[in-house]
Design a protein around this ligand. Structure first.
Ligand code: PLP
Length: 357
């Protein structure tokens, strides 16, 4: 701490992203990146955009990309907001729509950036425990609140709500905004976007980082009623006129247009997830059903932090969270088939060398 620091940043606890190792050749199953490269069309578009036009500022609203996204959902441009990754979109959402007298609600086990935004923007919040099977029970949200934020599918558990549950939640709390963070929705959950026309209190947040293999490009967006989108635009224009650069706008547009590549890669990942789930279960892990590109697993005979370390010694990274209720679990991203095989083989080897007591 330093005497020059502003008071409001003293004591902030930042979000801890998963490790991005500098060493090459590690098998990275720790940050839910897509194991496949982005669409070749996206890479081409980025190459094309890397030209003399970079001397010019990009379109501040990213109108063309907004139009492409809106069109793909049968919505209009004023129902779409773009940001530098969905993390930035979420930051604007917390400030623009969730800072009220009443606390914002989110699950006790969910994306751990939510409480970080609350602390940064001084927003009151209350965490609602997941039920005994680590699922969200929407009945627990039937109380006055300053807004609700749910990741669907939830992270790190991978479990999803269906559209009727989201609808019920929206009907239950017409006076507050319900934010559905759909970072993983393309891996097998049902999107709430079709409810945007019906509910003025719904905001859906999406990212190209996971299902479009573009974590490195930083493109996220929100979809909702024009008045919610207007609030986000206001905050954005008080912060940064150009959150998406020319390369990001071009690459995102091309990636979204390449439906065939998107369908092919997400189907491969879903199929490999099921195969990995059954192989891990056969090693006596408890494996939660997942609608995302990762598995949430625990083993009754082995400490999760030990397993993570032993896997790291074998050059495989997985994620372990320290939270009290989830310290027994590992979150494992679905990699390439050969990476999943390497993980299963490494686990077998660990169990052979260190038999359970
Ligand atoms: C990965 C992730 C994000 C952030 O995605 P970016 O668009 O890369 O910032 C947001 N929410 C959840 C639940 C995530 O897992």
């Amino acid at each position: 701490m330093n005497k020059f620091w502003s008071d409001c940043i003293r004591g902030l606890q930042p979000y801890t992203p998963g490790e991005q190792p500098r060493i090459r050749g590690l098998i990275k199953l720790n940050t839910n990146e897509n194991p496949y490269p982005p669409s070749p069309a996206a890479i081409d578009a980025i190459r094309q955009a890397a030209c003399g036009d970079l001397r010019l500022y990009p379109d501040p609203e990213g109108t063309e990309l907004q139009r492409t996204i809106a069109g793909s959902f049968g919505l209009s441009e004023n129902q779409v907001f773009l940001g530098n990754g969905s993390d930035e979109v979420l930051a604007f959402v917390f400030l623009a729509l969730l800072k009220h007298e009443r606390p914002v609600f989110f699950p006790d086990i969910t994306y751990s950036f939510y409480p970080v935004y609350c602390a940064l923007f001084d927003i009151a919040y209350e965490t609602i425990p997941l039920d005994g099977t680590f699922r969200i029970d929407i009945a627990d949200y039937r109380r006055q609140n300053g807004g609700i934020v749910l990741a669907n599918p939830n992270a790190p558990t991978g479990s999803a709500l269906d559209r009727e549950e989201v609808r019920e939640l929206l009907e239950m709390t017409p006076g507050s905004v319900v934010v559905v963070d759909e970072a993983y929705v393309d891996f097998g959950a049902v999107s709430a976007v079709s409810l945007v026309k019906e509910f003025d209190n719904l905001l859906v947040v999406r990212t190209l980082s996971k299902s479009h293999s573009l974590a490195g490009l930083r493109v996220g967006f929100a979809i909702g009623n024009p008045s919610l989108i207007e609030a986000l635009r206001l905050v954005k224009n008080c912060f940064n006129s150009y959150p998406l650069d020319r390369l990001a706008l071009a690459g995102a547009e091309a990636a979204l247009r390449d439906r065939e590549y998107f369908e092919e890669t997400r189907r491969k990942i879903m199929a490999d997830r099921e195969r990995l789930a059954s192989e891990i279960a056969s090693l006596d892990f408890e494996v939660f059903p997942s609608s995302a590109n990762f598995l949430f697993v625990s083993h009754s005979d082995y400490d999760a932090a030990d397993l993570m370390r032993l896997l790291r010694e074998r050059r495989i990274l997985v994620r372990h969270f320290k939270g009290e209720r989830i310290s027994r679990f590992l979150r494992i991203s679905v990699g390439l088939p050969e990476e999943c095989d390497a993980l299963v083989n490494a686990l077998r080897e660990i169990f052979r060398q260190r038999p359970a007591i």
